[in-house]
Design a protein around this ligand. Structure first.
Ligand SMILES: [Zn+2]
Length: 540
């Protein structure tokens, strides 16, 4: 997800809080001893939504595997939501609370290797999102016919803003989850995975959705509205993929036109990133009352059924108006965020850098290499270089908003260094295959790219991900000689770049010392190729 203007605001906040993390941040962002000993294998989440009271209540039955013997379990649920009761083997479990972290004192002996279940009953008026998806919580609105239109989005704030779970990015239920949502009878709920059952109650209906793959917690969502539905079968790399669309009745016509980009997206991303990672759960595009979010297998959409980002081109290259930003960006996250998930939000560039990059990969596939290049280069105007891309570990701190545009430009630079598009494509496909349905660190991704490309990018990654310095190429032209060097680099930073001399491309390898390259004729024009994310300065 993204929004330029809000991210500017966020990053300013991050600067001021960068050194101050609280006990609550550690409880939220680290694998505490009360989290480490158990592994979630399944969630069975039941939620009843009452629009007139803006109230929800329900239960989550957690199936977990005991990794080590212990009897204190940390469960996260944020106020004002509250835990009503906890049951294990029909016995009530007591707990103490420290802010949003609750410590359950289990009675049953937790034997290593055993699978156990525990059910947590909860209720309350969940936090209302004022500016979803940038804050997070529930959005309660109405459509133009006066019907309730309700959705959750909780990327930054966390899933525990409305339901109880182990709210850490490294934890995904291995065997998926069931989401049963009870809503007023005349409306419909769309959640993740496949609709397996609709239960008719007196004044309500319960929509039962099932996800069979591991799912990241912030990807779990509720969307309630007066939806119309259509679908298509997409013949993809892994066979037939169900693509389902849900929009408000009033937007059906516009949506049927705009959502033609969804199969175009699928074609481009399967080519560049490999098979869609959730064939079993299907792909859905679901209208929501906010801009959009990468909810796994039910990508939410609120981009006004027009191209660009709310009608604007973030790159100012013109190419940003060739696609619907939310369809492309949020769906790109199915590969980078939902398939390959960061195991600490400090490494969130693995989600946002690659997904921002996926926008120009989409352009590359449908509009050519020049379009792709001009788009990603155009995004540089939004890079701040305020704080490093990688945030602080174990405190739920996600680093600079540069994880988007700078992350994408770093990846575009690696494509130039590899200088072999098929090899680069195989690396992107390989990442999705070898880290299939896993949570990973930035370091694992960095090592993978180095190993598969054969390039030593250790200092390169440190420079772009862990500092705010952008390498600067200074150059001088003297008749037929080009003099050049790097400034603003880490010790041992090595990166060749392409100089365009009299219109012809020439690789040069600047270092911190001035070097000279001689050409056969005098140099009339010289520039550094823009595809490399460096600052350039011609010294007179
Ligand atoms: Zn995103």
């Amino acid at each position: 997800m993204k929004n330029l203007f809000f991210l500017l605001f966020l990053s300013i906040n991050f600067v001021s809080i960068a050194q101050e993390f609280s006990r609550a941040d550690t409880l939220r962002g680290s694998i505490t001893p009360e989290r480490a000993w158990w592994n979630v294998t399944h969630y069975d989440l039941k939620v009843s939504v009452n629009p007139s009271e803006k109230f929800i209540e329900g239960s989550n039955t957690i199936t977990y595997e005991v990794l080590e013997r212990n009897n204190i379990m940390q469960i996260d649920l944020q106020a004002p939501m509250k835990i009503d009761k906890i049951l294990q083997n029909n016995e009530e479990i007591s707990f103490t609370s420290e802010g949003n972290a609750h410590f359950l004192k289990l009675k049953k002996k937790q034997k290593k290797g055993k699978q156990n279940k525990i059910t947590i009953y909860f209720s309350g008026k969940p936090t209302v999102a004022r500016r979803a998806p940038w804050d997070g919580g529930f959005t309660w609105t109405k459509d133009s016919n006066g019907n309730d239109f309700i959705a959750t989005a909780n990327q930054g704030i966390g899933a525990s803003v409305w339901w109880p779970l182990k709210d850490h990015p490294s934890e995904e239920p291995d065997n998926g989850m069931k989401i049963s949502v009870t809503a007023p009878k005349h409306l419909m709920d769309v959640s993740n995975g496949r609709l397996i059952k609709v239960i008719e109650n007196y004044t309500t209906k319960t929509w039962v959705w099932e996800v069979v793959n591991p799912i990241n917690a912030y990807g779990v969502n509720i969307n309630i509205g007066d939806y119309v539905h259509w679908s298509e079968k997409y013949q993809g790399l892994n066979g037939t993929l169900d693509m389902d669309y849900y929009v408000l009745r009033e937007n059906e016509e516009k949506a049927k036109e705009q959502f033609k980009q969804a199969p175009m997206m699928m074609e481009a991303f399967e080519h560049w990133f490999g098979p869609y990672p959730f064939y079993e759960d299907g792909y859905k595009l679901v209208e929501a009352p906010y801009l959009g979010m990468e909810h796994q297998s039910s990508v939410t959409y609120g981009n006004q059924f027009e191209n660009g980002y709310l009608g604007r081109d973030l790159s100012r290259s013109g190419w940003g108006m060739k696609f619907d930003f939310i369809i492309i960006h949020e769906s790109g996250h199915e590969w980078f965020a939902n398939n390959i998930t960061n195991n600490d939000v400090a490494d969130m560039w693995v989600h946002e850098g690659f997904t921002c990059y996926s926008e120009n990969i989409y352009l590359d596939y449908h509009f050519g290499k020049k379009a792709s290049s001009e788009y990603v280069v155009g995004l540089r105007r939004s890079i701040l270089n305020d704080i490093p891309i990688i945030g602080n570990y174990n405190v739920s701190h996600s680093g600079s908003s540069d994880k988007y545009y700078k992350g994408a430009n770093m990846l575009h630079t690696i494509r130039q260094l590899i200088d072999n598009d098929e090899k680069w494509r195989q690396i992107l496909i390989g990442l999705n295959k070898d880290f299939y349905h896993q949570t990973v660190s930035s370091k694992q991704v960095e090592d993978y790219i180095m190993q598969k490309s054969g390039l030593d990018l250790n200092v390169f990654f440190n420079q772009y991900l862990r500092t705010t310095m952008i390498p600067k190429v200074e150059y001088k032209v003297e008749d037929n000689k080009l003099k050049f060097r790097y400034t603003d680099i880490l010790k041992n930073f090595k990166m060749p770049v392409i100089a365009i001399i009299n219109g012809k491309e020439e690789w040069v390898e600047p270092t911190s010392e001035w070097k000279t390259k001689e050409f056969s004729s005098s140099i009339e024009t010289a520039e550094i190729k823009k595809d490399f994310y460096v600052i350039t300065e011609e010294i007179e």
